[in-house]
Design a binder for this molecule. Structure first.
Ligand SMILES: [Zn+2]
Length: 459
């Protein structure tokens, strides 16, 4: 069967599951938000220390202040003037290994106090399931008397328990963050990641950007010095404090003069995706490469001299040299048909994709946790790690791409795959209504920033 035809059927059949992938990457994104350490965490929670006007009565008896006296301004802060209620709140951020009992002890409360709260409502059972990063705020106006307890799962969500006689009433805390938009531009002088970091773009957004453009740009081979990119994304604030990053709204990468623009669109079913301004999905049937960082050490070659056997033997795949342990991604959705050792392939993963496609990943140092035969994987899922098991001379991934059982060149087959499906013509008006204002704003921002980029700047 004609390959293009096969791929068209494949995309027609599997394209609707796009949202799963997006949802998956959002999940990863969310995890990142959780694990990436940041000074911002919990910043929105009322602070124990209050801002007090400081008057420093040191000039009289100290006409020439020493360095010490200037540095120790905090010695002169008059804490007694703080509003009483704020002073009495004690904030505890849950660390790994903390138990509710230990925390209650720390703030001068007993196990009885803990049980009293625990038994007051179903919501209070959250105290038995506190995780690192949760915040507990205690209001204890008199020693050992817990008046209020606030349990925050995040700056936006939690419960407030208020004492009522010997019991506690519960209220749900649910706050809406204020959304601000951030716009950044950058220029490649080394890698996308380095350039993004220079512009203080959150790492999670740099990765997401590489993900969005992953079907059209090979971020190792394609970028050139001088390539430019820009990104418009949401940031969340609570009471004026930064609490986290929101989604990417629009992003652009200019690669060797070719302009790629992607805009976020929520379709009629509520599914989120990134599209070019013409309404074509940025997502492609297969990723251009199964690794993010690599060097091609051997191309597909039907008549190659084998490095160990020194005979003419077809090289039926592409070799990507990369350090041992580099994550390997499934290049498309599919089902794992093998995840085990297999002769000179060493540790081998085979993924069967719909439409007669198959990809093979060989010489792995190890398999990704839980990957085994029969599992379903999605495009971009990590399935294993680079190694040199089997007949490998050094750490690399040997990657094969088969169409109806016939080996194809993994690096050129992707160019022969048809473009991803576009927005349904019936939905095009909706798409334009949602994305046009965003794109217009993005263009204006780009125009103004690119003008200022060409001016000498202080930063
Ligand atoms: Zn190879």
């Amino acid at each position: 069967m004609d390959i293009v035809q096969t791929v068209k059927q494949f995309i027609a059949k599997y394209y609707p599951r796009d949202h799963l992938y997006i949802a998956g990457s959002m999940g990863v994104l969310f995890l990142f938000l959780l694990v990436v350490p940041g000074g911002e965490k919990g910043a929105a929670v009322p602070n124990q220390t209050t801002q007090i006007p400081v008057s420093i009565p040191i000039t009289n008896d100290n006409p020439e202040p020493t360095e010490d006296s200037v540095l120790n301004l905090s010695d002169y802060v008059v804490t007694e003037e703080a509003p009483a209620e704020i002073d009495l709140w004690q904030n505890v951020e849950i660390q790994s290994g903390d138990t509710p009992s230990a925390i209650f002890t720390k703030v001068g409360l007993s196990d009885q106090d803990l049980f009293r709260v625990l038994n007051s409502s179903d919501e209070a059972k959250i105290l038995n399931r506190v995780f690192p990063g949760y915040q507990l705020d205690f209001l204890i106006p008199a020693e050992g008397e817990l008046e209020q307890l606030r349990v925050l799962k995040s700056p936006l969500e939690g419960y407030l328990f208020t004492r009522a006689n010997n019991d506690y009433n519960v209220e749900t805390i649910l706050k809406e963050p204020q959304i601000h938009q951030a716009f950044k531009v950058g220029e490649i002088s080394d890698s996308l990641f380095m350039a993004g970091q220079r512009e203080r773009i959150p790492a999670v957004h740099i990765m997401e950007m590489a993900n969005v453009f992953g079907g059209v740009i090979d971020f190792i081979l394609d970028p050139r010095i001088g390539d430019q990119f820009s990104i418009l994304y949401n940031e969340q604030f609570l009471d004026g404090q930064f609490i986290g990053n929101g989604e990417i709204l629009t992003t652009r990468f200019v690669n060797q003069g070719r302009v790629f623009t992607a805009v976020r669109y929520i379709d009629e079913e509520g599914e989120v995706g990134y599209y070019n301004p013409e309404g074509e999905s940025m997502r492609k049937a297969f990723l251009r490469s199964p690794l993010d960082v690599f060097r091609i050490s051997s191309n597909f070659n039907p008549r190659r001299r084998h490095p160990i056997l020194n005979t003419i033997r077809a090289h039926k795949g592409t070799d990507y040299a990369a350090p041992t342990g580099t994550p390997i991604r499934a290049t498309s959705d599919g089902r794992v048909t093998r995840a085990s050792r297999y002769g000179s392939f060493g540790n081998l993963v085979i993924v069967q994709h719909a439409g007669g496609f198959e990809t093979k990943y060989a010489h792995l140092s190890r398999f990704a946790g839980g990957i085994r035969r029969g599992d379903r994987v999605r495009q971009g899922d990590v399935i294993g790690y680079v190694g040199s098991t089997g007949g490998a001379t050094g750490p690399h991934l040997h990657y094969e791409f088969l169409v109806n059982g016939v080996h194809q060149n993994p690096r050129t087959i992707v160019n022969r795959l048809p473009k991803a499906e576009s927005i349904d013509p019936d939905e095009m008006d909706r798409f334009i209504a949602q994305t046009a204002p965003l794109l217009r704003q993005f263009e204006e921002l780009n125009d103004s920033r690119l003008l200022s980029l060409n001016q000498p700047s202080a930063d």
